[in-house]
Design a protein around this ligand. Structure first.
Ligand SMILES: *Cc1c(COP(=O)(O)O)cnc(C)c1O
Length: 358
């Protein structure tokens, strides 16, 4: 059976060679007579997987020993709450940038915990964008500054990161490990796994260990970063199979090279944006300077044409192109593992659809 071109925003397409490798060792992991998902998380076989997953992350992001790498459950959504529970003390203020749906969710949860200053708000603007560094109204002495590096729904992405005095925190759920960047400018980074890293089931959290010391004593153990740092993400049973898949994916990224992957990602996105820009029929959703390399969003002249586009595309083997239900339109998610041939095939389909309907 041919694999579909899967443009889903998440859970999303994974590298074929990683899936095949997992398939090959699914029943009998390295001659142990059982699947890796049946091994004790404290046993030798799994512990080696866990250690490599952390080592690969450290190597790919060039992390110093000041940083901890954690695999936590509850997805990125729990991080919306866990972050302020740990880092936003009583009487302090956290700065948040509102760039769209995901940033707004992070803000909503933080407001339940403490004082939030919305340092810039372009969350509802159309065309969509992220704030510029110069428009940020930051709070002196803020406990941290939060950005959403890539708004998965609106298709707007920070191309460079702001310089801030307070620790910079980013929700990188939909673009982590899609491009090289200087991780040392961040206090904390979190990302749900199911977009660019692994199947669903965990959030990757990278933080400066010293930040974890701020936690108020009333926060329950399971919700403290310090608990998970002390226990190497094994305070309770960790999501072993997801971490195993993440280990294989990060091994694949290392083999490809993050720079090479970034070049591929930029090229894939550029081909779609150029198809959009060369037509009056398709209209990009994000301002050109903020166009996401991961989630390409656009509109057609009417909702009827969008529905027809999505249906005909699905019949032609392009899955997952429907924009998020909150905004409509078309969204092509083209994460690391999405093949360039799939982008070319979609561009050809777009030209044909326009010729028939434009
Ligand atoms: C998908 C997504 C989330 C939510 O992730 P969950 O793992 O489902 O909680 C948060 N932020 C961004 C930017 C996302 O794309």
């Amino acid at each position: 059976m041919a694999r579909a071109y899967n443009f889903s925003a998440g859970p999303a397409t994974l590298p074929l060679e990683v899936l095949e490798e997992a398939q090959g060792e699914l029943l009998n992991y390295k001659g142990t007579g059982m699947s890796i998902m049946e091994h004790s998380h404290r046993g030798k076989a799994y512990m080696a997987v866990h250690a490599e997953a952390i080592a690969n992350t450290r190597e790919l992001l060039g992390l110093s020993d000041d940083y901890a790498v954690l695999f936590l459950q509850g997805g990125a959504s729990l991080q919306f709450a866990m972050l302020p529970m740990n880092l936003l003390g009583a009487g302090q203020t956290a700065d948040y940038t509102n760039s769209g749906s995901w940033a707004a969710k992070a803000i909503k949860e933080a407001k339940l915990i403490g004082n939030v200053n919305v340092a810039a708000d372009c969350g509802k603007e159309i065309p969509t964008r992220v704030p510029t560094e110069s428009e940020l109204q930051l709070t002196p002495g803020a406990s941290y500054v939060h950005i959403t590096s890539n708004e998965t729904i609106s298709g707007a992405q920070w191309k460079t990161f702001p310089k801030t005095e307070a620790p910079l925190v980013a929700d990188m759920s939909s673009d982590i490990l899609s491009r090289p960047f200087d991780a040392s400018q961040f206090g904390l980074i979190y990302a749900g796994a199911q977009k660019n890293l692994a199947p669903a089931g965990m959030a990757l959290v990278i933080l400066r260990k010293e930040l974890a010391e701020r936690v108020p004593s009333t926060v329950p153990s399971m919700l403290k970063y310090s608990t998970h740092i002390e226990n190497d993400s094994m305070f309770n049973t960790c999501p072993c199979f997801t971490i195993y898949m993440y280990m294989l994916v990060t091994r694949w990224i290392k083999k490809t090279g993050l720079d090479a992957l970034y070049t591929q990602n930029v090229n894939k996105a550029a081909r779609l944006y150029s198809a959009i820009d060369s037509s009056d029929f398709y209209k990009g959703t994000a301002v050109p300077e903020c166009r996401s390399d991961m989630n390409v969003t656009w509109r057609l002249p009417s909702e009827e044409l969008e529905a027809a586009f999505i249906k005909e595309a699905a019949d032609a083997g392009f899955s997952g192109l429907k924009g998020h239900r909150s905004v409509g339109g078309i969204r092509a998610s083209i994460y690391n593992a999405f093949p360039a041939e799939g982008v070319d095939a979609l561009v050809a389909f777009m030209k044909d659809f326009e010729a028939r309907n434009g």
